[in-house]
Write a protein that binds this ligand. Structure first.
Ligand code: NAG
Ligand code: NAG
Ligand code: CU
Length: 347
């Protein structure tokens, strides 16, 4: 039950769009006109269409880097990036910063497919308890609805019948873009749950409460890509949910900004005895659900202590990598959504 319903997710972030290709953290300009990131509900029809078309383009374009095991499409490479990092970016301090960086990677990839507009997020409290009725699942101006059949394949909208070759877990097998909506879980993305998730005073409190609260329940409500914690980013809807997760982090930071722009803690990789916090048994037991990284995967997986002086505690100097899709960035680079490397705000 847990296996099929849970998935971890990731987060979101972005940066100045319209700007050229990814600027390296070292030479980014000041953030003077932050991109306004709206809920999908408030995004223009033109931006919705263009955003969805660019996502579809990524799912149907050939891979480019030729280093991601199992990848056939550009989208596969992006999903494989999450797969390779899965044991470093969930139930760790890296969860929020890496997913913020991961959304920046998406922003860059969308530029390749001609999308220069703003990114969006899912203001989930508006749809809490009734995700299945959300306009995000619209056939024409949304991501398509709940999946159908035994595989829960999405059969309408821009991603109908498209294939992802990464996952499930640490496998690399072709499967349809799939999801299964369960409205009851989605009630826990409501306003009172969100308020509770961001009421703590330390990064650790916010991290744990966001992760195990609205983040996890949103994943359970959507069960994207077989509800798989390792590769749920295969469904483009993932980035609407993770935009919402990123917004929760930003909203928490804004309550005491100066202090919280520097507040980071936690591990840079999972504690093997704990694994994913939403499952029991630790990495060994949990790997029965999704296998283990193959030698080919391990050969390209970054060292989780990079920038942390070889220690297991996450620092602001921690180096995050997209294996060459965009330049590396540090955790410090993504702490502020308006810090220069990033330049956006949630509205
Ligand atoms: C998806 O595939 C099925 C079976 O091949 C087909 O009947 C259906 O028309 C396809 N849908 C779209 C939107 O392409
Ligand atoms: C990017 O970071 C990874 C570690 O996360 C490191 O192995 C790699 O060498 C870095 N790449 C560059 C170009 O600095
Ligand atoms: Cu994730």
């Amino acid at each position: 039950m847990l296996h099929s319903l849970l998935s971890l997710a990731v987060l979101a972030t972005t940066t100045a769009v319209g700007a050229a290709l990814p600027t390296s953290p070292a030479d980014t300009p000041k953030c003077t006109t932050p991109q306004k990131r709206n809920s999908w509900h408030d995004t223009s029809d033109a931006d919705k269409k263009a955003y969805l078309a660019a996502n579809r383009c990524l799912l149907t374009s050939p891979q480019k880097q030729n280093i991601f095991p199992g990848a056939k499409t550009r989208w596969d490479e992006f999903v494989a990036l999450h797969q390779l990092h899965a044991l470093q970016i969930h139930t760790t301090g890296q969860f929020l910063p890496y997913h913020r960086y991961y959304i920046k990677v998406l922003e860059f990839l969308l530029l390749e497919c001609g999308y220069h507009g703003p990114l969006a997020y899912w203001d989930e409290p508006r749809d809490a308890g009734k995700f299945s009725k959300s306009l995000l699942l619209d056939t024409n101006l949304g991501f398509g609805g709940s999946g159908k059949g035994t595989q829960n394949c999405v059969t309408d909208g821009p991603f109908a019948n498209l294939t992802v070759n990464i996952g499930p877990g640490f496998k690399s097998q072709p499967r349809c873009v799939n999801r299964k909506i369960t409205d009851a879980f989605s009630s826990q993305t409501g306003a009172t749950y969100v308020a509770s998730a961001i009421k703590g005073s330390t990064y650790k409190e916010a991290l744990d409460a966001i992760y195990s609260g609205p983040h996890l329940l949103g994943h359970m409500a959507l069960s994207m890509m077989n509800g798989d914690s390792i590769t749920s980013s295969g469904d483009p809807l993932f980035f609407m949910h993770h935009g919402f997760v990123d917004k929760m982090w930003r909203d928490w930071q804004l309550k005491d900004l100066t202090k919280r722009l520097k507040d980071i803690s936690g591990l840079n990789a999972q504690d093997p005895a704990v694994g994913f916090s939403e499952f029991s048994g630790g990495i060994e037991v949990e790997s029965a659900m999704w296998g283990k990284p193959t030698p080919e995967m391990l050969a390209v997986t970054p060292d989780p202590t990079s920038g942390d002086g070889g220690k297991k505690e996450l620092t602001l100097g921690h180096v995050m990598s997209s294996l060459g899709i965009i330049p590396n960035a540090t955790v410090a680079d993504v702490m502020d959504t308006k810090g220069g490397y990033l330049c956006y705000e949630y509205v």
